[in-house]
Design a protein around this ligand. Structure first.
Ligand code: F6P
Length: 364
C-alpha cells in the first residue's frame, strides 16, 4: 500500500479542491492512504499540520473555491523565514528536515499542486533530495510552460468576462470609458480571453507594449462611429511602449512613473485617456475576485483529470514530472520543462489575430 502526501502552494485558484478530491478518491480506489500537508510544506515540518484525507472528508469540496489545505507564499523549505531569539527574521534551509520527515512518515510520493514557484521547489526536492514528486499545474495566470492550460484560469476569465458584460451598460448609459485592470502577472491570458469574450474595445497585454496614442485613437474613432463609450481591459503587467514602466509583480518598482504603482497600471491608463481624449473615464481593479468562487465546469474537469492523472503517475512511479494538458489528453512532462520561463501569448496566435480582425485595438 502506498502512502502519498499532497500540498497546495502559492496563491489559491479555483479547482484546487477538485484536485484534492480526485487525488483522495483515486488513491482510495487503489487502497492507498492520502495525507494533506497544510500550508504548503508545513505538514512535513510539523505533524500537527498533516491531515489524513478520506473520501468522506472531501465528498463535497469539488465545487468550492480556495483550498482546504491552505496555501503559502512564504513556505519555501530551501529558504524558510524563521524568527531568531532577537526577533529577526532569517532565511533557513529546512529542506533536509522535510525530507527526513517525508521518509520517516513512510510517504512514497508527494503531489505538489502549484504554479511556477511551487513547482520549482518541487523540482529541487526531486533532483537535490531524491523526493518522488509529481507536479500539478495551477494558476489563474495560465503562465506555466509545458501545459496547454492550468486550472483556475477559466474561472478567472469567466469572472472578468462577467464584469465586462456588466460594465457595458453603465459605460454606455454615461458615455464613459471604463478601464478594467485584470490579473495575470506578466502574461496576458486573462486579459485577452476576457477582453475578447467581453467585447472590449481595447486590450492591453504585457506581451505587446502599448502606445497610448493608438489607444486614444481607437476611443476617438468610436466617437466617429457614434459609439460614445469604450471598454478597455488592461492586464496588470501591461506597460507602455514610450515609458519605462516596470510592473510591480516582476520588479516591485517603477522607473520614472511612481504614480503607476500608486494607482495601478489601469488607473494610470484611465488618467492618460481622460487627459488625451477629454472623455469621462473610470477605472476599476478586479483583483482577487478573479481568484474566488466556484470553479467553472472546465476548471473542475481539468483539475479532476489532473488529480486522477497525478495518481496514475504515482502508480507508474514516474516522478519529477508534471501532469499537463495536451491537445486532448493529460500527459506527463518533465517538471524542468514547466519552469523554463513564463509562457506568453504568441503574437501570431489566432486570439491575437481574431482580436485585431474583429476590430479590437491591441495598442500597437
Ligand atoms: O499568480 C496569481 C496572482 O493572482 C497574480 O495574478 C497576481 O499578480 C498575484 O497572484 C497576486 O498575489 P497576492 O495574492 O499575493 O496579492
Amino acid at each position: 500500500m502506498k502512502k502519498i502526501v499532497i500540498s497546495t502552494g502559492g496563491g489559491d485558484a479555483p479547482g484546487l479542491n477538485a484536485v484534492i478530491y480526485a487525488v483522495t478518491k483515486s488513491a482510495h480506489y487503489r487502497g492507498w492512504e492520502v495525507y494533506g500537508s497544510h500550508g504548503g510544506y508545513k505538514g512535513l515540518l510539523d505533524p500537527d499540520e498533516l491531515v489524513r484525507l478520506t473520501p468522506e472528508m472531501v465528498e463535497d469540496i469539488t465545487p468550492t473555491g480556495g483550498t482546504i489545505l491552505g496555501s503559502t507564499n512564504k513556505g519555501n523549505p530551501f529558504a524558510m523565514p524563521v524568527e531568531n531569539l532577537a526577533g529577526e527574521v532569517q532565511l533557513r534551509d529546512v529542506s533536509d528536515r522535510v525530507m527526513q520527515n517525508f521518509t520517516r512518515m513512510g510517504f512514497s510520493c508527494h503531489i505538489a499542486v502549484g504554479g511556477d514557484g511551487s513547482l520549482e521547489i518541487a523540482h529541487r526536492f526531486a533532483t537535490e533530495k531524491g523526493m518522488p514528486v509529481i507536479g500539478v499545474p495551477k494558476t489563474i495566470d495560465n503562465d506555466l510552460q509545458a501545459t496547454h492550460r492550468t486550472f483556475g484560469c477559466d474561472t478567472a476569465v469567466a469572472t472578468a468576462t462577467d464584469a465586462l458584460d456588466k460594465l457595458h451598460s453603465t459605460a454606455k448609459s454615461h458615455d464613459r470609458v471604463m478601464v478594467v485592470e485584470v490579473m495575470g502577472r506578466d502574461s496576458g491570458w486573462i486579459a485577452i480571453n476576457s477582453g475578447i469574450s467581453g467585447c472590449a474595445d481595447v486590450i492591453l497585454i504585457p506581451e505587446i507594449p502599448f502606445n497610448l496614442d493608438s489607444v486614444c485613437n481607437k476611443i476617438n474613432d468610436n466617437e466617429l462611429h457614434h459609439k460614445h463609450y469604450a471598454i478597455v481591459v488592461v492586464a496588470e503587467g501591461a506597460r507602455a511602449k514610450d515609458t519605462e514602466v516596470i510592473h510591480k509583480a516582476t520588479e516591485q518598482c517603477a522607473v520614472g512613473r511612481q504614480e503607476v504603482l500608486l494607482g495601478g497600471v489601469g488607473e494610470w491608463v484611465a488618467q492618460q485617456i481622460r487627459e488625451k481624449t477629454g472623455k469621462d473615464t473610470r477605472s476599476l481593479v478586479l483583483g482577487h475576485l478573479q481568484r474566488g468562487g466556484s470553479p467553472t465546469t472546465f476548471d473542475r474537469m481539468l483539475a479532476l483529470r489532473f488529480g486522477g492523472a497525478a495518481v496514475r503517475l504515482a502508480e507508474q512511479e514516474i516522478f519529477d514530472h508534471m501532469v499537463a494538458l495536451a491537445a486532448t489528453d493529460i500527459i506527463a512532462v518533465p517538471l524542468a520543462e514547466a519552469i523554463k520561463g513564463r509562457k506568453k501569448v504568441p503574437l501570431d496566435s489566432d486570439k491575437v489575430l481574431t482580436a485585431r480582425e474583429i476590430g479590437i485595438c491591441l495598442g500597437d
